[in-house]
Write a protein that binds this ligand. Sequence first.
Ligand code: CTP
Ligand code: CA
Length: 219
Amino acid sequence: ILYSILPKPLKGKKVLVTAGGTREFLDPIRYISNASSGKMGYALAKISYALGGDVLLISAPTCLKKPYGVKTVDVVSAEDMYREVMNHLDDMDIVIMNAAVADFKPESYSRKKLKKAEEKPVINLEPNPDILLEIGKRKRDDQIVIGFAAESEKLIENAKDKLKRKNLDIIVANLLEVFSKEKHKGVIIFSDGRITEIPPMDKEESAYFILNKLFTKDS
Ligand code: CTP
Ligand code: CA
């Protein structure tokens, strides 16, 4: 009810949000992934809808309830997410790439459950597509692309590098301490060099804070 009284600056805008950590399977039941909970991405999808957006959420596996009013497509691996995102990209006005995409996947997949053996197993990895890098290459001038960066150190420097390399409009950077936690804090870096601090707050409030920066120039 409270959300319904928000202004609707995203009315008529198509918003794509990705969320969660991709899973890269080794066999039918084992996978490589990361600790992403999906909370920030789901909050961004929910608040984008609350602000009037026509929202498509492309979600890697999470334990979260699907946000009301948001069309959701479930994917598992980085390859799946890449395909799904590229299928919808040209249609979108705003792309928010919040998913924690696995950088690597196992080189081979066994259809049968891998058996415990005497020797130590070796898992060879190969790179996954960098979805955001491809989005940045294909993006039109009338599209806004937002990326995320989770860093252990040199937050601003590393995030600025990603912003530039992936041709983004905005990057939201945070230290690993917020990863899979309830609260979020970090910085928003714009392609023109401006930096805004995101104070510590719940992820839905943080989503509102971030989305507001898209329509308010005076940050
Ligand atoms: N990303 C992506 N596809 C990948 C890896 C990352 O789309 N294969 C996106 C993430 O969704 C995020 C941004 O790129 O929006 C930055 O992700 P991050 O893991 O911080 O950066 P990387 O470029 O993968 O660099 P590194 O992991 O070495 O820090
Ligand atoms: Ca990465």
